[in-house]
Write a protein that binds this ligand. Sequence first.
Ligand code: NAP
Length: 351
Amino acid sequence: MAKKIKVGVLGATGMVGQRFIQLLEGHPWFEVSEVAASERSAGKNYIDALEGRWKQAAPVPKRIAGMTVKECKPGLDCSLVFGALDSSIAGPIEQDFAKADYAVSSNSKNHRMEADVPLLIPEINPGHIALIDAQKKNRGWKGFIVTNPNCTLMGPTMVMKALDDAFGVEKAFIVSMQAISGAGYPGVASWDIVDNVIPFISGEEEKVETEPLKILGKLRGNSVEFAPIKISASCNRVAVRDGHTCSVSVQLRKKASVEEAIKAMENFSGEPQKLKLPTAPERVIVVRGEQDRPQPIMDRDTGRGMSAVVGRVRECKLLDIKFSVLSHNTIRGAAGCAILNAELLKAKGYI
Ligand code: NAP
């Protein structure tokens, strides 16, 4: 059996960091060799550094529990790092690792919109990894950074890609209902979220309105020409633990029936499925026929948390087609996507 690639998790104690630890346990290509977090955690065993914050159903893997948490500084014994750092400090830390010859697969917003940094959903824009070559040249780095997008836009963007390929998408109107885990741990205070909906999440609407344009854009030489789609988003925090649901209406360039739209969604597949990457879901978009699905508690783990689950596809009286879409925010929208990005990088010879 080929030797596994050693990987580190930056921000390993947080909500997304824990997902990395859980999803990487038993991974066929990658093995966690380092866990890193803030100065508060550094020097402690992983299990002690968690201070009771482990929020995954399975226990902390034994091999990881006793590992010493390091500071987030180059020198870690690995060649690839997954970034799950608070965005207030992620930017320069990730750059330091890329300068020091590490491949960085990041979840944080800091570098996503930089022209030479790939913003990847591997089913949609695998070709954008070619930006890595420009990035290394422009910056004189030995390593590089790739990013995955904001968790809320994950489901809507996968569906928009399926519809855009088939009919062209002109406009999208997105209303999100976002889980509490999206705010990290402890995140939103229970006093604020129980019995409540909060109609504001700082910076979220801007990300949902702009990041899909880069992801759905075309690679032209060393940069991405943004997709000419207009998106309007309204983002809400709701009392759900995991799984972001969005109500989406789209206007199409070429009119399509509800049946044709469903067919385009169900048939959508990408490079990860072709390459049979370990974390790729068999079905990228699962369309449910029941009138009351998708629902987070029932559908968020579809495709091991990596599928987008769509339901209630119907005509829209304002635009053309409307639907609900759910995706797991800490799996498909965070750690799972970053791992899939790294699998694509390995399959394409970048690591
Ligand atoms: P979180 O639960 O608050 O975890 C933050 C992590 O960053 C912890 O491991 C923390 O370590 C570490 N950290 C904080 N300050 C640090 C410092 N000065 N130096 C080094 N490490 C430091 O946050 P999260 O929800 O996991 O989010 C992590 C990143 O992923 C964020 O950028 C977020 O926007 C992004 N993201 C989150 C989601 C989601 O659904 N939650 C989805 C997509 C993207 P200590 O334990 O030592 O403090």
